[in-house]
Design a protein around this ligand. Structure first.
Ligand SMILES: Nc1ncnc2c1ncn2[C@@H]1O[C@H](COP(=O)(O)OP(=O)(O)OP(=O)(O)O)[C@@H](O)[C@H]1O
Ligand SMILES: [Mg+2]
Length: 710
């Protein structure tokens, strides 16, 4: 052999070794994921078997004991549930959790946002003698809770930086001497870890047998693996050590197996009963919309959507990528007649709180926020959450979108996606542990036109699939999607990038698409720019291409380079198929739009105004504490009369406080309702603003599809 030939072969072998190493890396990656999934499935199997053996079909709770009762406190619990809280029936797992807490057991509650976790510790707190301590991470959450409980006549207090000296004295006296009635005391975790004075008073309260239970809300904050880690939560283990015989309840909306394990360890509740409810939010409609590359068009679409689907100022959130974008989007929405304001971490705290409060009181329809607008949101009647830009992972999207519909009524989660947003977000998350891997999960969610959006969540949280009931765009319109083989385009792209790389050149995603279109006219004719961008993103998530990042003084640039599976594509061993909605063709976009409108009756409108009026009269109470959206709907549908009938709907306490005013509204509407039925009317709301609304005799949700070009 000539030395030149040897050299040539050596080069080839080296390239092949590199290729094999790349493939090994991918396989190892895949193996790791499969192991992870395997252990998740094993844990899941254990849960299913345990609940089946306990006779609980459906796997609602991972507990062997039957906590559904009967128990001696059943009738007292029912009385407080209905007559104090105004809640007519328990939701899944609530009764069992309450019974376990009442039986003195430590309990871990994993229940989706809005599932009704608060009742699980508030009701036992009222039934028990003594005082319940609740640890909650945010002042705003605590204020909301205390306000709501006070409105129900429950003696609830908080000990925080905002507590007056007078109240502090009252609270300490109650702890130390049992003077003055306190049923529920809220504190932030810092009180436990930093205030010796507080802990010594609490010790005295316990010593006198007056500490009835401890609840730790948003318990995932204990774990570094959770999404909202708070260092002070790490010290809460002291509560079980100090008060071993007091039942401890840890509550959170999402906790992976890893986080659950952490919680048990850190809070010292090894013998706790776990109640794991489904992550499913059946009332949420999930939808991904193609985002125009023209900023103004996106805002037009968002404004149209809000105006058309939510004409009665129903509350919503729009999430944006950056602070600047929040301010811009809020301004442009306002220019289009939407009552919107922005919220981000860079604002004066007082100003931020003012905006939050106006929104909570239904005086502002839309908050345009960054992720900083997060955990403290306790508003139950958020009807829509729109993502102007995509989230950084499936988990954060679940959290953010999950702020919609906490009252259980139908609500929408709409994500505006365009491939060009991918590098913007990926260059922010790539330095985080598994940041890119998690991010590509939500990118796949956005790109998919076939997979049920709900099933993507079930898969992510390792939960058995449940029926979506057509409550996502892909389930509602899946038949209109076809798969097109785009392997030849992928091949051209890979070899184009390979040539560039050999010449030490790098391109961003947008540059790559531009150059491809200029170089390969055949692509230009049959593939639109958006489709090419989608293909690049698809190839990245399928490891054919990969992103590489370079820091500059002001930003991080994302470049697209050859990925580990590029060779498979070049050799024709990997087929690339792109999902295409058959409603899209080369011309203008013909998108199926899901137009969902919540229409309300005249009486609902009146009751909505009444609760706003009463909230401002009673000072500090939020409208939903007076009447929930669900209660308004029930009253409107049933028009209860006389007062005893109303009591059957909203319980004794609310009837005593607001019953006569509610009956007045029912009476007025019954007299004047029918003639205007179904017409658009103009009225004034409690703030005197003129509003247009659609009136119908019955409330209903219309899910209608419109296709202008069909
Ligand atoms: N059984 C029930 N029937 C009707 N409404 C209920 C019931 N239980 C709770 N709710 C209402 O549901 C809403 C959400 O409850 P809650 O604030 O306890 O949710 P959560 O599980 O703590 O959610 P998050 O994780 O977002 O804090 C509240 O308005 C509450 O009054
Ligand atoms: Mg809660």
């Amino acid at each position: 052999m000539e030395s030149e030939e040897v050299l040539e072969e050596l080069k080839n072998v080296e390239v092949e070794i590199q290729d094999v190493q790349d493939q090994i890396r991918i396989l190892l990656d895949q193996q790791e994921k499969l192991y992870e999934r395997k252990s998740e499935l094993e844990a899941l199997l254990e849960v299913c078997e345990t609940s089946e053996s306990a006779g609980k079909v459906g796997g609602a709770a991972s507990t062997v004991e039957d906590w559904s009762g009967p128990f001696e406190w059943d009738s007292r619990a029912d009385d407080v549930r209905f007559n104090v809280f105004g809640i007519s029936t328990y939701r899944a797992n609530q009764k069992e959790i309450i019974n376990a807490v009442m039986s003195g057991r430590d309990v871990m509650v994993i229940m989706a946002a809005g599932g009704g976790k608060s009742l699980c510790y508030q009701l036992p707190a009222i039934l028990h003698d003594g005082l319940a301590l609740v640890v909650s991470p945010l002042l705003s959450l605590i204020q909301d809770q205390v306000m709501g409980l006070t409105a129900l006549g429950i003696p609830a207090y908080m000990l925080t930086s905002t507590t007056s000296k007078e109240n502090e004295k009252f609270i300490y006296k109650a702890l130390e001497k049992g003077e003055g009635e306190i049923k529920i005391l809220y504190v932030t975790p810092e009180k436990i870890s930093k205030s010796k004075r507080f802990m010594s008073k609490l010790e005295k309260c316990h010593h006198a047998g007056r500490l009835s239970l401890v609840a730790i809300d948003e318990a995932h904050c204990c774990s570094q693996w959770g999404h909202d880690f708070r260092p002070d939560y790490k010290n809460l283990g002291i509560l079980k050590t100090q008060f071993p015989n007091v039942p401890l309840v840890a509550l959170t909306a999402t906790a992976t197996q890893k986080v659950q394990g952490d919680l048990v360890e850190m809070l010292h509740i090894q013998r706790c009963i776990r109640f794991v409810s489904t992550i499913n939010r059946p009332n949420l409609f999930y939808l991904v919309r193609e985002k125009s590359s023209v900023g103004k068009v996106v805002i037009d679409e968002i404004a149209d959507l809000i105006r058309e689907s939510y004409p009665n100022d129903e509350s919503g959130i729009v999430y944006c990528f950056s602070r600047k974008e929040c301010e811009q989007v809020a301004k442009e929405l306002r220019e289009r007649g939407i009552s919107a304001d922005y919220y981000h971490a860079d604002m004066d705290a007082g100003f931020r709180e003012k905006i939050h409060l106006r929104w909570s009181q239904n005086k502002l329809q839309v908050i345009v926020g960054t992720v900083a607008f997060g955990m403290g949101i306790n508003k139950p009647d958020v009807r829509f959450v729109i993502h102007h830009s995509l989230s950084k992972s499936m988990e954060t999207y679940y959290q953010e979108s999950g702020r919609a519909g906490r009252d259980g009524l139908p609500s929408e989660c709409i994500l505006f996606f365009r491939p060009a947003d991918v590098p913007r977000q990926s260059s922010m998350v790539f330095y985080e542990n598994s940041g890119l891997q998690n991010f590509y999960g939500i990118v796949r969610y956005c790109q998919s036109k076939r997979q049920c959006r709900r099933s993507a969540f079930f898969h992510h949280f390792a939960e058995p699939l449940q029926d979506c009931n057509g409550m996502c765009d892909n389930c509602a319109f899946s038949s209109e999607v076809e798969e097109i083989d785009v392997s030849s385009h992928a091949k051209l792209m890979v070899s184009f990038l390979q040539d560039l790389q050999e010449n030490d050149q790098r391109l961003t995603m947008l540059q790559l698409v531009e150059k491809m279109k200029n170089k390969h006219k055949e692509i230009d004719s049959n593939m639109k720019r958006e489709k090419l961008e989608q293909l690049v993103v698809q190839l990245i998530t399928e490891h054919v291409l990969k992103e590489e990042f370079q820091h500059t003084a002001y930003s991080t640039n994302a470049y697209v380079t050859i990925g580990p599976l590029a060779k498979q594509v070049l050799q024709g061993k990997k087929i690339i198929k792109q999902e295409v909605s058959s409603r899209l063709n080369t011309g203008t976009e013909k998108r199926k739009s899901v137009k969902r409108s919540l229409t309300s009756s005249h009486l609902e409108f009146k009751l909505d105004n009444l609760r706003k009026e009463l909230a401002s009269v009673h000072g500090g109470i939020l409208p939903h504490s007076i009447l929930s959206a669900q209660q308004i709907r029930t009253i409107s549908a049933q028009k209860p009369h006389p007062i005893e009938e109303l009591e059957k709907v909203i319980g004794k306490l609310k009837t005593e406080k607001y019953g006569s005013r509610i009956l007045e509204e029912i009476q007025n509407c019954t007299d004047s309702d029918l003639p205007n039925n179904g017409k658009l009317i103009e009225e004034k709301d409690s703030e005197g603003r003129a509003k247009k609304r659609t009136m119908t005799t019955k409330s209903h949700i219309v899910i209608e599809s419109s296709d202008e070009d069909a």
